[in-house]
Design a protein around this ligand. Structure first.
Ligand code: BGC
Length: 351
């Protein structure tokens, strides 16, 4: 089989490898990989030493963690049968396990010894065949078809919304208005889930042309291209889902929240990013308004389920517009290029 492989931290290493077909263990599913989605983490794995880690004893690894495939074979009584459409879970619990991993909340791993497919210590899903244990696979609604490739990024956002709601209740947050910062795939999925919750959702996204502003408006949300526009709308957001990782945006949004607001950070800035922060004002805003600031990464199994349900309930025509570019496996490295109108780029593993 062919696979998209890299040496983590070596930008010139991205290549197409011919690898032996994987042999599923007795308790594993064998899956034909159909699509993978490309995300910023994949670029980080390739470019930044330390962002990714190959499986023990190896230099190269199979890349990609946003998966979509069709079951080829499944153990009896696994709950899966050949032909099922599935996505694989990214993270595996640490071997200790820590108290979080022991209760299935590997996304909240306490000791940091978790592994992640295509990112840290395990091969990813960018291969024509992959294996997975049934408890780390989610069966998808066939009506969703290829849109199932959006399940993993949506699971990350399902967790962010759950954090906003569960933690917000503790401080008396009753969400009405939400601000989402960024309209990449994560920001757009955050907008979708906010609209599905019946909230008045506003999206801060610098771009004024290209597909993003229109995708925001199609959901019935409001697009703002600057903080000036946010200010003139007098939003007072009760919830902010931050999806840029850009310091100026993050702290700018934090200073504009309502009282008892929750802000969930989902973006990565990278160690090299330095911003000047009005520290005193940020402190006073958090303290005097009882605001809650929380970071959120990865997703537990129930978030994948919530994501699949949210996607199934969404307008599939809208979801289809998120996939703006499709690259065949034979030319997969082109999928790593960032083009102006890209939202979600996918690699066709059978192409
Ligand atoms: C993935 C998460 C992962 C995180 C850090 C994100 O792109 O969606 O599943 O935990 O990167 O590795």
């Amino acid at each position: 089989m062919r696979a998209a492989t890299v040496i983590p931290g070596r930008p010139d290493s991205a290549g197409l490898d011919e690898l032996p077909d994987p042999e599923p263990a007795e308790d594993e599913l064998l899956v034909a990989g159909l699509l993978v989605g490309v995300c910023g983490t994949d670029l980080d794995v390739l470019h930044h030493p330390g962002a990714g880690e190959p499986p023990a004893g190896r230099e190269r690894m199979v890349l990609f963690h946003e998966s979509f495939g069709r079951v080829v074979s499944a153990p009896p009584d696994s709950g899966f049968t050949a032909g099922d459409l599935v996505t694989g879970v990214v993270r595996r619990p640490d071997p200790v396990p820590c108290p979080s991993c022991a209760r299935g909340r590997w996304d909240l791993c306490r000791n940091g010894r978790y592994t992640e497919r295509g990112i840290r210590g395990l091969d990813g899903f960018g291969a024509q065949l992959w294996t997975v244990e049934p408890r780390f696979a989610l069966k998808l609604d066939p009506a969703l078809g290829e849109l199932g490739v959006l399940t993993e990024p949506c699971s990350v956002i399902a967790k962010a919304w759950e954090q906003a709601e569960q933690l917000g209740r503790v401080i008396g947050n009753e969400p009405r208005v939400a601000l989402v910062t960024g309209a990449g795939p994560i920001g757009l999925l955050a907008t979708l889930l906010g609209v599905q919750r019946g909230l008045d959702v506003h999206v801060l996204e610098r771009a004024t042309d290209g597909p993003k502003p229109d995708l925001v408006r199609q959901l019935g949300a409001t697009h703002h291209d600057s903080f000036d526009s946010v200010d003139s709308a007098h939003l007072d957001p009760d919830v902010v889902i931050e999806c840029t990782g850009a310091g100026e945006v993050l702290f700018g949004a934090l200073r504009r929240t309502a009282r008892n607001a929750v802000m969930v950070l989902t973006g990565i800035s990278g160690e090299a990013a330095h911003v000047t922060v009005p520290g005193g004002a940020v402190n006073d805003e958090l303290v005097l308004e009882n605001d809650l600031l929380v970071g959120s990464v990865n997703a537990a199994f129930h978030h994948y389920r919530q994501a699949a349900e949210a996607l199934a309930a969404a307008d599939h025509e809208w979801l289809r517009q998120l996939i703006t570019r499709r690259v065949p496996l034979g030319r997969w490295t082109e999928a790593l290029e960032r083009r102006p109108d890209d939202v979600k780029v996918v690699v066709d593993l059978q192409g």
